[in-house]
Design a protein around this ligand. Sequence first.
Ligand SMILES: Nc1ncnc2c1ncn2[C@@H]1O[C@H](COP(=O)(O)OP(=O)(O)O)[C@@H](O)[C@H]1O
Ligand SMILES: [Mg+2]
Length: 465
Amino acid sequence: MTTTHRPKVLVVDDDHYTRTLIDHLIAETSEVRLAADGAEARRLFAAEDFNLVLMDQRLPADNGIELMREFRARRPHLVGILMTGYADVRDAVAAVREGMFDYLTKPFEDLESLEAVIGKALELDRAYREIDGLRARLGEDGTPAVIGQSPAMERMLGQLRQVSGLDTTLLLEGESGTGKDLVAKLVHAWSPRATGPFMEVNCGGLPESLLESLLFGYEKGAFTGASAACAGYFEKSDGGTLFLDEIADMSPKLQSSLLRVLQDHQCARIGSTQPRHADFRLVCATNRPLPGEVKAGRFREDLYYRINVVALRLPPLRERKGDTVPLAMHFLDHFNEKFGKACGPLTPAAVDTLEACPWPGNVRQLKHCIERAVALHPGGPVDVMHLCPSGISQADCSPIEQDAEPQQRAEDIPGYEEARARFEQDYLRAILAKAEGNVSEAARLSGIPRQNLYVRMKRWGVVTD
Ligand SMILES: Nc1ncnc2c1ncn2[C@@H]1O[C@H](COP(=O)(O)OP(=O)(O)O)[C@@H](O)[C@H]1O
Ligand SMILES: [Mg+2]
C-alpha cells in the first residue's frame, strides 16, 4: 500500500509546550490533531482514523496507558508511542508489552531521534494496514496470501494480475525462497482455470526415469514394477495448471519430450502409443537464469523460446526493503496461531535488525527465523535477541560486500575494552528486557548482586534513575 495522502497523528498531552513542539516537528509531513486531555482525545479518536497516537503517560484525569488500552480495544493494530516524564523503565517496558510501539522520555533532548521514532511507528502502521487489508481481500476463495507492498513487488503483482487471466505459458525467475511456488499458486487462483486442478512437479532431484513416468504416466506392464496403469501429471492437470519447478534441471531427453507435448497438446503414456489430449496451462520456475543455461548447452533453445512467452522476475528480498516487516508480522501471526502463542509486537530494535539483514535465503529464511523465534519465545514483545542468535547469523546481518574478505579486517576489530563495553551493554539490556524491566529479577537471572547490577546499568544508561 502506498499512502499518497498524509498520515494522521493524534498527540495527547496536557503540556502545551510538548504538543506544540511535536506539531511543529511533523506538521509538514503529517496531519496533526492535538488534545490536552483524555476527553478531547476520546472525541477526536472516535471521529477520525489515526495512523499514530502519541500519548502522554500522565494526563489530568486519565492514565495514558489505560487510555491507549481503551483505544486499542477498538483498533487492535493501533500504533502508539508513550511519552513519559518519569523515566521509568518498568512502565515503559509494560507499555511496550501492551503493544505500544515505543516510548519516549520527556523532555525531548534529541529531536532527530524523536522524528526517527515517529517515522518508524508510521511505517509499522502501514505494515499493519497492509496485512489487515490483505486479510480482508483474502476472503474465502483460498487465494494464497502474498505480501508485497514494495514497488518491485507491486510491479510484479500488477503484471501477474494482467497475465493470469490469459492462457499463456509463464516463466518465473528468481532466487530460491523468493516466492516462486507461491506465485505459481496465485496465477492458478486468479485464472479461469481456478476450479481445475493445480499440479506441481519439481524437476530437480528426481531421476530422469522417475520424472518421465510421473509426467507421462504409464500403462500396466510398461516396465518392471508397473503393476497397474497410472495417469501422468500432463493428464492429471487437464483443465488446470501444471507447475514445473526447477525446469533447468530437466534432462536433455525430457526437455525434448516436453517440447513435443507442448507443440502437439497431446501426450502418450509410457508403454502406449495412444495419444491423449492434454489441456493444461504451463507455469515454469527456475532459480538459474535460462539464457545462461542455453548458452552453456544445458537447456534447449527451442524449448526456452516455447516456455518464455511471458517471463516474470521475482525480486530478492534485499531489493524489497518495504516488505520485510509486513512479511515478518504476517509470519508472526501465522506461527502464533499455529503454536497457540502470543508473541509480539516487534520492538523497534527488532524492526531495525530485520530491515538491515540482507536475507540471502530470501522470504524462506525470514519465515524460518520468525518460526524459530515464536517457537522458543514464551510470549510478549519480540526483540533482537529472540531473532538474532537462532534466526539470523551475524554473517547474515552484516551488509553484503562484493569481494569481501572472509576474515574481519583488523581495523574493524575494536580494542578489548571497547569490545567488553559493547558486550556488557548488550548483555545488560537483554537481561533487563528478559526480566521485564525488573532490576531485582534481572539480578536473580544474571547472578550479579542487585546493587552491583544497578550501578553497571546506570553507568551504561540502561536505566536512567
Ligand atoms: N510474498 C510473500 N508473502 C507471503 N509469504 C511468502 C511470500 N513469498 C514467499 N512466501 C513464503 O516463503 C516460503 C518460500 O517461498 P517459495 O514460494 O517456496 O519460494 P521459492 O519457490 O521461490 O523457493 C513459502 O513458505 C512461502 O509461502
Ligand atoms: Mg520453490
